[in-house]
Design a protein around this ligand. Structure first.
Ligand SMILES: Cc1cc2nc3c(=O)[nH]c(=O)nc-3n(C[C@H](O)[C@H](O)[C@H](O)COP(=O)(O)OP(=O)(O)OC[C@H]3O[C@@H](n4cnc5c(N)ncnc54)[C@H](O)[C@@H]3O)c2cc1C
Length: 463
């Protein structure tokens, strides 16, 4: 888009020299995320304060310039891509942990704080912030809040929204709002904190976050086991809950993901249809007792090669196998489509069996892994778009995966968001009335449709 030179100058004056970029070489560092799609912004600003963001947004609002907030660019639905050009607000200069309040068990942070840095800072004080997505080394707390990120511990601890107590944010017109605070309970008016969490940067730009902390669990134990029949996994998960245990994590990988991890990490895994990893945490004696019970459940439900990690070093090895699923699949190359589907927990193994059957029908390679404890599955279709038939098959199959999930009462996305990748399928899950309601909320915050346009509702690729 064309931005008038006097407007560019005003933006530069607000952000300051060194925090305002229009040269192509720099812009290229901001034009992609983990979807590997690319869209060029016209301008990138790296403001240092809420006040600067407020002025930038007010100016862009007056001049009808689109704005896209951008965190660590690890998004898997294309949320931080400037699909309509305009200005990217990057939070590279807003990385401060403003306060760790170990009396109220809260912390206040700027949105650009990298998740892993925050985890380290609070762990050093004996505190615990459960939300910790696998992208922890690069993703930011602002991005985690905007996507309502999930993570492996969600089965016991809930997702990011369960830990956000307060937010400061800037509306598209530049007005600053303060929502919630350090209170554990707060029912004054509609719950706008929860509305902004998971709003994918389409309603307001988050500039400060107050999170809830917990005491660090005393102990944790990790188990791993392999199954020859995927559907047994469903009974395995049910048996764990029946025994009265709420595990911290129940993670899953199918055969193709295991094969990808084997070659990526140069390790050998047992021949099996599925791997299920379980973690428990809490009081040391309770955790040891729960781990013994879970070993027995592996045995009872017909798992093979199951074991309890003898120490944290071995547990870390189990986790690496699971955590490297996505990079291992990416390393397989080819073109890839990724979905982040959720189904009611018990249906997950049957759903996985079904998607493999469909993959054979459409002659596509498909791998699946994810959070069995939450019914949340990450599916990768590997294909070659140079072959027209392959491209058609992959896209049809992708839509079938959504269709089959929705038939089971599932959802388009558990944690990666709708962004641009799932936007074309929104109508499969939501009715006209529900979509209209979402649109009217968007309009109330952003009447001109300038904040992160092209996301969630009606993405059209204009490149
Ligand atoms: C290897 C890998 C592992 C992953 N593991 C997980 C996982 O375990 N769980 C999970 O949920 N996701 C996971 N993801 C996806 C991704 O990391 C998350 O969606 C993460 O929350 C994105 O954070 P980010 O800082 O990279 O945000 P970005 O990708 O930069 O942006 C994501 C969205 O947040 C918006 N946004 C960013 N900052 C702000 C702000 N301050 N105000 C308003 N909007 C903002 C953007 O506009 C965009 O819509 C993974 C991705 C990768 C590549």
């Amino acid at each position: 888009m064309v931005i008038k030179s006097e407007v560019l100058q005003k933006l530069k004056n607000i952000a300051g020299d060194g925090n305002f970029f229009t040269d192509k070489e720099t812009l290229q560092h901001f034009n992609y995320d983990a979807t590997e799609r690319r869209y060029m912004p016209d301008v990138v600003v790296t403001p240092k304060s809420t006040e600067e963001i407020s002025k930038i947004m007010e100016l862009c609002y007056q001049e009808n310039i689109p704005i896209t907030p951008q965190g660590g660019k690890t998004g898997l639905s294309g949320g931080c891509l400037p699909v309509k050009g305009g200005v990217i607000i990057s939070f590279k200069n807003m990385k401060n942990i403003l306060e760790i309040d170990d009396k109220n068990y809260t912390a206040t942070v700027e949105p650009g704080v990298v998740a892993a840095d925050f985890q380290k800072a609070i762990r050093d004080k004996g505190l615990f912030f459960p939300p910790d997505p696998s992208s922890t080394v690069e993703s930011t707390l602002g991005g985690n809040v905007a996507e309502n990120a999930g993570y492996t511990r969600a089965v016991k601890y809930g997702v990011t929204k369960d830990y956000i107590l307060g937010l400061e944010a800037v509306l598209p017109n530049g007005k600053v709002i303060h929502l919630g605070g350090k209170n554990i309970k707060d029912v004054t008016g509609y719950d706008l904190v929860r509305l902004l969490v998971g709003s994918e940067g389409t309603l307001a730009v988050i500039t400060k976050i107050i999170v809830k902390l917990l005491p660090l669990p005393e102990s944790r134990r990790t188990l791993i086991g392999y199954f020859d029949d995927m559907t047994i996994g469903a009974d395995f998960v049910v048996e764990i809950f029946k025994s009265g245990i709420i595990p911290t994590a129940i993670e899953f990988m199918d055969r193709m993901t295991m094969k990808a991890v084997e070659s990526y990490l140069n390790v050998e895994l047992p021949e099996a249809e599925a791997m299920i990893l379980v973690e428990v945490d809490g009081n040391k004696f309770a955790v040891d007792d729960e781990a013994e019970k879970i070993l027995k459940i592996y045995e009872k439900t017909g798992a093979k090669d199951f074991r309890l990690a003898i120490d944290q070093k071995e547990a870390d090895k189990f986790w690496i196998i699971r955590r490297e699923s996505l990079p291992s699949l990416k390393a397989k190359g080819g073109d890839q489509l990724e979905a982040d589907i959720v189904v009611p927990r018990y249906f997950l193994p049957a759903y996985v069996k079904n998607i493999h059957k469909l993959a054979d029908e459409y002659k596509c390679q498909v791998a699946a892994y994810g959070h069995a404890g939450d019914g949340n599955l990450h599916i990768t279709i590997i294909y070659h778009k140079s072959s027209f038939q392959d491209l058609v098959n992959a896209n049809e199959l992708f839509a079938r995966f959504y269709e089959e999930a929705i038939k089971l009462g599932g959802s388009l996305s558990g944690e990666h968001g709708i962004g641009i990748t799932a936007a074309p399928y929104l109508k499969m899950q939501l009715g006209e009335t529900e979509i209209e309601l979402l649109r009217s909320i968007k309009k109330a915050f952003d009447p001109k449709g300038l904040l992160n346009p092209g996301k969630i509702f009606d993405f059209k690729d204009e490149e």
